[in-house]
Design a protein around this ligand. Structure first.
Ligand SMILES: Cc1cc2nc3c(=O)[nH]c(=O)nc-3n(C[C@H](O)[C@H](O)[C@H](O)COP(=O)(O)OP(=O)(O)OC[C@H]3O[C@@H](n4cnc5c(N)ncnc54)[C@H](O)[C@@H]3O)c2cc1C
Ligand SMILES: NC(=O)c1ccc[n+]([C@@H]2O[C@H](COP(=O)([O-])OP(=O)(O)OC[C@H]3O[C@@H](n4cnc5c(N)ncnc54)[C@H](OP(=O)(O)O)[C@@H]3O)[C@@H](O)[C@H]2O)c1
Length: 433
């Protein structure tokens, strides 16, 4: 082990949009004024890809492209979506499209284009498994970042600052946790695994569980893929509900709003997050709801009903054999139980965003609290000079936009400014925990 070559001022864990925005902000900050910080990023995927399992046809960005990796921080950055279009010679054609919402395919390509500029600083194909304190004489100045390579080898790197941007991991409903069947997949794997359904023939019986954007997009995709198949959408909610992206509501996604929500007392903040949860979670773009409704309606005209929506249904039990899956549905409205057989099931049941707790287990004795400061930094005991920043898992304190693209450009500046600021000069905004 060569401590010299593997030590950094900053290590970013994960290289999704959040840490990509940090890489750009660091580069631009250094160009403008400061001495460079020595940094690297560790990403478990083999190459940059933005939710590759959901890169489906006819899906679009859900925020304006003006909320790209840089524009709200530095509109003249070379990493803007507009410059990407210009470099690809598509700017004029994109203008002719007349949209603020590029396809997810194009937006993924934009971010991959930006990520390419940092390929010398990103270690792809390595999963970080722990961040541990290096304690010397009762003090911690360095953190050890432990990662596992694909072949199983373990790598150690050292950093004064660690920025965790690992996104979410699949939320699996309790009744499915013990089921390891290859044709039960989570929405995040959909594009890479749906071929498994076609192995049972041209008319698979499939269920999609959930009522969010992922469930609706997958339901539409499966209906198109298997017009002769029997595809069911099952939700515990009463109806597919539209996301509210009207302009006054949208202000809660403005970067400026972060200060306001952070200052709000805890209970008030929690009730605010509940009240506005339907701007993002368990909601679907209205045109997609209308498209699905019309499709199901058309089948009722012909009487050839192959695709169905079961609202208000709880899944009470699941059993599986190699050939088939069986679920017990309970309809909350009618009180009726029903057994239904499927060949495959897609769990579009969302994500959990607490993966950082496991990574940071070894550091817990040094952590004063699990609640981040306004600067996204975890408060540490006085003997710990090493710093940890969290991104994308601070919804409770920093608002619903925290897991989204909306605040990336501005948040990356806030984190980079803190990296250049000595610990003791910080003046965090008051937060009630
Ligand atoms: C299908 C889908 C579409 C979306 N569309 C939009 C949208 O249009 N607009 C919007 O605002 N938000 C959208 N979101 C929300 C999404 O969270 C953000 O777009 C964005 O991906 C957040 O970036 P991130 O870097 O924080 O997380 P992620 O994009 O999840 O990136 C995290 C990265 O960390 C890596 N990683 C995880 N664990 C480790 C580890 N232990 N070691 C190393 N690497 C690790 C992952 O492989 C991943 O590349 C969407 C989410 C989904 C699921
Ligand atoms: N094109 C795009 O840009 C795009 C595409 C997909 C996703 N996204 C984004 O990705 C994020 C996540 O969206 P998502 O649709 O994956 O997740 P989500 O919005 O969190 O929705 C998850 C769904 O699963 C249901 N669910 C959770 N646990 C369940 C259980 N135990 N039993 C039954 N149902 C359960 C939820 O039901 P309840 O409602 O009852 O809780 C909800 O309907 C959002 O920000 C979304 O906008 C964007």
């Amino acid at each position: 082990m060569n401590f010299q070559t593997l030590s950094y001022d900053v290590i970013g864990i994960g290289f999704g949009p959040s840490n990509l925005a940090i890489a750009i902000a660091l580069e631009e900050h250094q160009q403008a004024n400061e001495a460079p910080l020595n940094c690297c990023f560790i990403e478990k995927q083999p190459a940059f890809e933005w939710h590759g399992g959901m890169l489906l046809d006819n899906t679009h960005l859900q925020v304006s492209f003006l909320k790209d990796l840089v524009t709200l921080r530095n509109p003249s950055s070379r990493y803007s979506f507009i410059n990407y279009l210009h470099q690809q010679r598509r700017l004029e054609s994109f203008i002719n499209l007349g949209t603020f919402f590029p396809s997810r395919l194009e937006y993924n390509d934009y971010m991959r284009w930006a990520a390419t500029a940092f390929k010398d600083r990103v270690h792809y194909g390595e999963e970080v498994i722990a961040v541990e304190p290096l304690e010397e004489n009762g003090k911690v100045e360095w953190l050890q970042v432990v990662s596992r390579l694909k072949e199983g080898a373990i790598e150690h790197r050292y950093a004064r600052n660690v920025i965790i941007g690992i996104g979410g991991y699949p939320r699996i409903p309790e009744v499915f946790k013990s089921q390891k069947h290859p044709r039960i997949i989570h929405s995040s794997q959909y594009k890479n695994c749906h071929y498994r359904f076609s192995r049972v023939g041209e008319k698979p019986r499939l269920a999609v569980i959930g009522a969010g954007q992922s469930a609706a997009e997958i339901f539409r995709d499966l209906m198109g893929r298997y017009p002769q198949g029997r595809i069911d959408l099952i939700s515990r909610s009463r109806a597919l509900q539209p996301s509210d992206d009207s302009p006054f509501v949208n202000e809660i996604f403005d970067p400026d709003f972060t200060d306001e929500i952070y200052r709000t007392p805890r209970e008030q903040r929690q009730s605010f997050l509940r009240a506005f949860s339907h701007t993002n979670y368990s909601v679907v773009d209205l045109p997609l709801i209308e498209e699905i409704y019309e499709r199901l309606y058309m089948q009722r005209i012909t009487g050839d009903v192959r695709h169905r929506y079961f609202p208000s249904c709880l899944i009470q039990a699941v059993s599986s054999s190699e050939e088939r899956l069986q679920i017990t549905l309970f309809n909350k409205n009618t009180g009726v139980h029903k057994e239904v057989e499927y060949d495959g099931i897609v769990l579009a049941t969302g994500y959990q965003r607490d993966g950082h707790h496991k990574l940071l287990e070894g550091l817990e004795p040094w952590m004063v609290s699990r609640t981040v400061e306004r600067s996204y930094q975890l408060p540490m005991a006085s003997g710990c000079q090493a710093r940890v920043f969290l991104q994308g898992c601070c919804e409770e304190t920093h608002g619903i936009a925290d897991s989204l693209l909306s605040v990336l450009a501005v948040r990356s500046k806030e984190v980079v400014d803190s990296l250049y600021m000595p610990n003791e000069l910080k003046a965090p905004l008051e937060n009630t925990g």
